[in-house]
Structures are given as structure tokens and as C-alpha cells.
Design a protein around this ligand. Sequence first.
Ligand code: IZC
Ligand code: ZN
Length: 402
Amino acid sequence: MDKKGPVKGSDMGELTVWRDAAIGVKNDTVVWIGSSEEASILEASQIIDAKGRLVTPGLVEPHTHLVFGGSREKEMALKQQGVPYLEILQQGGGILSTVRATQNTPYDELLEKALFHLDRMAMHGITTVEAKSGYGLNRETELKQLQVAKEANEQHPLDIVSTFLGAHAIPPEYKDDPEAFLDEMCELFDEIKEENLAEFVDIFTETGVFSVPQSRKYLLKAKEKGFGLKIHADEIDPLGGTELAVELGAISGDHLAVTSDEGIQKLANSNTIGVILPGTSFYLGKDDYGRAREMIDAGAAIAISTDFNPGSSVTENLQLIMSIAALKLKLSPEEIWHAVTVNAAHAIGRGNVAGSIAIGRKADIVMWDAPNYLYIPYHYGVNHTNTVIKNGQVIYERQTNR
Ligand code: IZC
Ligand code: ZN
């Protein structure tokens, strides 16, 4: 996967596979790649024998709402009664209930919770994670979330890439004036930049949340301040968020479950990566899982992600999402592996450091209890990791007597 730039279109179907390979690591970096036979004459202070197991780059998770207070298990019954996600939000639940919980949760508790979820991601083979704010919707709590993500990045072995999603919902007090709320969020841009609290700015472009013109205006201001752009686009209604992502040169357009034909063409002809979140469609009981198949066939670069969040996709298990991508998006195993490694890394500005095993890169490597790469999407719903290595250090090993 040592290609320049994201892997697009039919190239996503071509995977480089080495048999009987060996990887040499010095400190935190890959310094040598060759055959096991060549490796057997080299000296090493420590040897980890994969014993014929599949070995891949650490997974890159390009879209999570990692830092939040509380949980929303009570909404499951509402969903079963058929109350739509956007209606729960309109009634002050959904995102807004997590906002209240996040505002009321002390910093240290939010940090502990985020570290717990990061541990679980690490155990599932993820070595780099994007994390969004967006459950504060006011200065104090948005900054609190971003600070938590920054400290979690320092304390936890996983790398976190931070995104400011202040424009995630309209707080009740701004119900009649969403633009005034967006102006308030814009006022945080300088402080976030100065304190290095986020690299990207994201917005939820959706019916009843922010319109395409509001999103354009907001994101243009973010771009002027030097932020990379992301958009929650075309998740539930096809408003044209995908087209907007391309128009603004966003690094990624995320969700894209109901993108138009025109949006697919524009995406294919752009450098914007489509981050598809099929776990969300599964969890919300939608029929539209995303048009990733058509996007790849048109020549686009696709990544996939859990969308880990307390409302619409409650899982840290990206392997499960790989199975959903195979079954519901009809992606091939080769396409899926690109989508959770090299392309996911490019979708969060880490294309040069994460997402592939190559000389000079950080040693982020997973050893799987699987005989080949087809096996992970095939055997679904469980954790297949055997050993997870981050920056050259073993951070997880499956405990077993077998
Ligand atoms: O908390 O429901 N879609 N934002 C946009 C989400 C899902 C997260 C949530
Ligand atoms: Zn999201």
C-alpha cells in the first residue's frame, strides 16, 4: 500500500500481498522489509513470530465522535417504535441529549471515558483515530472536548487527529437563528488554531440542522483560517453536501449515503475522499447504506469508518464495519482493506505517516488470528486481533492458553 496519495477507483481492487514476509523495526519505525528467510540471518533484540498469521497496517479510523458524556440506550426503544433519528433530535433528544450530558460531565471523567473507548479501539486493531467535538455547542464545552482529545492523544498510545464540529446541531436557544449560532462558533476558530486544538472543521449539513448555503459560508471562513474541511453530507436527505465538499476542496465528505448521481461524478473527479459509514445505516435501520460501489466504479477514493458515537453508531469495532461494507456496500475485500488503511489515513491528513507498512514509516502493525486478508470481513462481529503494535511497541496481545 506504499502508493502516493489515496488509492482511487479500480486501483482499490489491487492489493499488494507478501507471503512469508518479515518486517524489521528500529525504535518506532519500519527500517527493513524482506522475506522470512532473509530475516533469519539478521540480528534482532526481539523477534515476534507471526506463525503464518495475516499481518497488516494498523487500521485507521477516520470519523468518530470520541469524546462525550452519558449514553443514549433509552433511545433504542423510540427507534423501535419507528421515531426517526431527526425527529428525536427535533424533540430535544438525540445529539442534544448528549450535549446536555457532555456539558454536565467534568473534564477528568470525559478524559477517562475517552481513554476507555480508545483502549477498545486499540484492542480491535485501530492505531490512528480521528475525533470530533460537537457535543458542547458553546465555547466552554467545545473547548473542553477538544482539550480532552488533546490530552488523550498525549496519554494514550494511539494517535488522535482532532476535528472541531461545533456546527453539529442547533442549540435550543438558537432555534430561530442558526446563523447567529454559526457566527458564535466561528469566533472560536482563532483560539482553536492558536492552541492547536483541531486540524479540521466539520459541519452537519442536513434537513433541520444546517443548510448547504449556511454550511458553505461557515466552511469558507474555516478555510480562510487555515483549517482543513470535512462535511457530514447527504446522510439522511440528499441536500447536496457531497457536491459542496468537492466545491470547497474538503479533504473528505462523510456519510454520502444518499448522494446524487452528479455528486458521485464530482467526487470521482476530485481529490476529496468519500468516508462511508455503513454502520450508521445499519444502526438507524436505513435501506440506503451509501453508494460506495458506484463511487469506486466511477473512480473515487473511498474510506470506511465506524462513525463511533453514542447515538447513531455505537461500536468501536471497525472489523464489524468491514463486514457490513462487504455485505451491504458490496465492496471487495481488497477495496475494504484500502478503505480502512491508506485511504482512511489520507482522509485525515495522515497519508504520509499511517495506513501502510513501508520503510521510514511508523511501525503501526496488526497481527490477526486469520490465515489471509479475505478472512476478516468474512467472519463477522468478533475481534480477530492477535497482537497490535503501535509505534513499534506491543500495545495489545490476545490472552489465551491455546
Ligand atoms: O450523536 O447522533 N449523525 N451526528 C450526525 C451524529 C450522527 C452523532 C450523534
Ligand atoms: Zn459523524
